[in-house]
Design a protein around this ligand. Structure first.
Ligand code: AMP
Ligand code: GLY
Length: 425
């Protein structure tokens, strides 16, 4: 079977690596792909916003299956267009991708289905949002309803900050995404990323990971798309996973199917492990980046088979949970100087002997035969180990074998677990 993968980041490089290993995969195409992905797929330029062009490409190249990496094409209905053309696709239709596309939709669903999450209010005008603020106390969380490239969440420590955030959102600061605002109670606890794969009716747990969102060591500085991750997250015990499947994921699958929005694809649940148990922060309709890289490092099955089953009605009925390796995988994001602001482009990169580590390309390009930085997050340096401490040491040894003078990385990815492992030993 020929397969088309949509996307260009480290997540997609990790997916391409595993997809291309499947005996079911005859030829893998990626659009637009990147220099790393080009080692396991043919990179092609298709305008993904032009659904007819994607369908035409699939027909011309006998594509039997499309795997969509990022959320935007799904929220934009690429899944619908492909299904209408009888092409199998991994990723939900637009009416189910709304789980990522509208934060207010998810909060209402949680309220209806009794799914644990932070208390909230939806507002579509500024005056009512401002008038409602006081009852949430401080800090308070202000969110633009729609997709805002991961930037639409403000944690306001003071009332003035909260009012400014509301002003900014209704003033068009996040475009249409801020036409509606969600105010949320601030939750405290440790955050975990949890993944589950659904065919619309059946759902299997996939695995957990912990991301590092802040740009600086010790979780300081501005938020980013993620500076490193490891999997599994041991704080997310089997008992917690069972609780989350029963109280959060399964009720969501059921409600979406009942409401005529069957969700087929991956659930990426952002969870807060609070004193009252695990609560949903948000859903994403795609794999996390860089969480996907560590999950793929551990995944032992046939990725095409699994994702195809999810793309087939009832395909996961009676399915066993996917097998991930024991031990840990850890990935370190090497970013270009300036990230998460304006990253410096064009800096040369030389990858030396990285041993067993795996380098996923995120924002790279080839210029005149030279690998260069071409984005904010540039490389994902990924390694395995029996403990997080070992995986971390292997990953940093690989980082140190990479010459990337205009880049940087955090030096403490996995710190929470490294501290806990030290205490236990
Ligand atoms: P989101 O884009 O919804 O994942 O939010 C980005 C980040 O904001 C999350 O990863 C959390 O760290 C934080 N966050 C979002 N909602 C809340 C909340 N209700 N309480 C505390 N932190 C939150
Ligand atoms: N690493 C967080 C995300 O993919 O949204």
């Amino acid at each position: 079977m020929n397969i088309l993968l949509i996307g260009s980041g480290g997540r997609e490089h990790a997916l391409a690596w595993r997809l291309s290993q499947s005996p079911v995969c005859e030829k893998l195409f990626a659009s637009p792909g990147n220099p790393g992905i080009s080692e396991c797929a043919e990179c092609v330029a298709i305008d993904v916003a032009d659904h007819a062009a994607v369908v035409d490409f699939c027909r011309a190249n006998s594509i039997g299956f499309v795997v969509v990496g990022p959320e935007a094409p799904l929220v934009d209905g690429l899944g619908d267009s492909l299904r209408a053309a009888d092409i199998k696709v991994f990723g939900p239709n637009a009416n189910a991708a709304v789980l990522e596309g509208s934060k207010g939709f998810v909060k209402d669903l949680c309220a209806r289905e009794n799914i644990p999450t932070a208390a909230y209010a939806r507002h579509s005008d500024k005056a009512s949002a401002l008038a409602d603020l006081a009852r949430f106390g401080l800090p308070v969380v202000i969110k633009a309803d729609g997709l805002a490239a991961g930037k639409g969440v403000i944690i306001a420590e003071t009332e003035a900050e909260a009012r400014d955030a509301i002003d900014h959102m209704f003033g068009g600061g996040f475009g249409d995404a801020g036409a509606e605002v969600v105010i949320e109670e601030f939750m405290t606890g440790e955050e975990v990323s949890f993944f589950a794969i659904s065919d619309g009716t059946n759902v299997v747990p996939f695995g957990s990971a912990q991301d590092h969102k802040r740009v600086g060591d010790g979780d300081t500085g501005p938020n980013t798309g993620g500076m490193g991750a490891y999997s599994p997250a041991p704080v997310f015990t089997p008992a917690l996973e069972a609780e989350v499947m029963e109280r959060i994921i399964q009720p969501t699958v059921k409600a979406m199917a009942r409401d005529g929005r069957p969700y087929s694809g991956v659930f990426f649940a952002g969870l807060m492990l609070t004193a009252q148990g695990a609560k949903l922060i948000e859903y994403n309709c795609r794999f996390g980046d860089p969480e996907c890289q560590v999950l793929m490092m551990r995944f032992e099955g046939d990725l095409v088979e699994l994702l195809l089953a999810a793309a087939t009605e009832g395909g996961l009925a009676g399915a066993e949970r996917p097998v991930l390796s024991d031990g840990y995988a850890l990935t370190i994001v090497m970013a270009a100087n300036g990230y998460p602001g304006t990253p410096e482009k064009g800096g040369a990169i030389a990858i030396g002997n990285v041993g067993d580590a795996r380098i996923f390309h995120a924002g790279t390009a080839m210029r005149d035969g030279q690998l260069v930085a071409n984005g904010g997050r540039v490389l994902n340096v990924t390694a395995s180990g029996a403990m997080v401490t070992e995986a971390q040491a292997a990953a940093y040894a690989a980082v140190d074998a990479i010459d990337f003078p205009t880049g940087f990385c955090r030096r403490d990815i996995g710190w929470r677990e490294v501290v806990r492992e030290k205490v236990q030993s």
